[in-house]
Design a protein around this ligand. Sequence first.
Ligand SMILES: [Mn+2]
Length: 298
Amino acid sequence: MISQLTSLNVGDAVLVGQWTNLPSMVHVEEVKEKKMGADQSATKAWIKADKMKNVGGESTQGLVTKRFVVRLMLFSHISDTHLGLIQYGSNEREQDVYDVFNQAIDISIKDHVDFVIFAGDIFHMPNPNGTAIIQMANALKRLKENNIDSFFILGEHDISRIRTTPIPYIYHNLGFSKYIGNGKPIEYKGIMLAGLDKIRKTEMTQYEEIFSNLDKSIEKFSGHKILVLHQGITEFNKFAGELQSTDLPKNFTYYAMGHLHDKDMKQFNHLKGPIVYPGSIELTTSEGIKDVKKDFLK
Ligand SMILES: [Mn+2]
């Protein structure tokens, strides 16, 4: 084929690469039309590109690897890691939790996610042991080394009844991960991220206002809007439900939930995005031993 190059005439081409099954010679006909010029309309080009985005993505997905198509945002949503949980007093069960946790981190790195969300109950206890603290630190360090940022909120297991500084704050203070459980939305890579630590039943009334203010503050933002919460939603589990889906601010495009340990996902007409529970990474005491499939949502 290459030896043919010198013999090509005007309009001849050799097509090679992943777009064609076999290298082939083609001739492109000259278009006999009136030549004319005009300025490109940037807005029209954008609108067209936007319309074709999905079409192009679908038809080329089988042919090219993802770094050639429009770069999509990818994130890991991990919750209820309960690091430091020692089930049945067994060191082996403690290690199991660390192992699956590290697997989740490995997959996030391998898949080149843009960021990771930890939706609460990072630790099993507000005063976790040193091993658990180091496990989390090493995981965040590995993410950092791979240029993956992470964000976290606190679950009830992370918060002490005696109101002391929660352990996970160290990761924020050292710059290993970013705490977003204070309800202040932040913009990151064109995405709006907001989170709230576990809201106790007794505090629920004051959150109506916080939710509605949060909703208003992010409404105008045109990109993806992710809300991170650690609550039971009644429509997922009527016994562990603390809030109804209708109580939630409605303008978010993804509700990154923690607390319920079963993996589940539901879409509601009154919300702009799905409510997603990745579930706990391992079986924890509340569930006992049963046969369930554990994996994580991205
Ligand atoms: Mn919880």
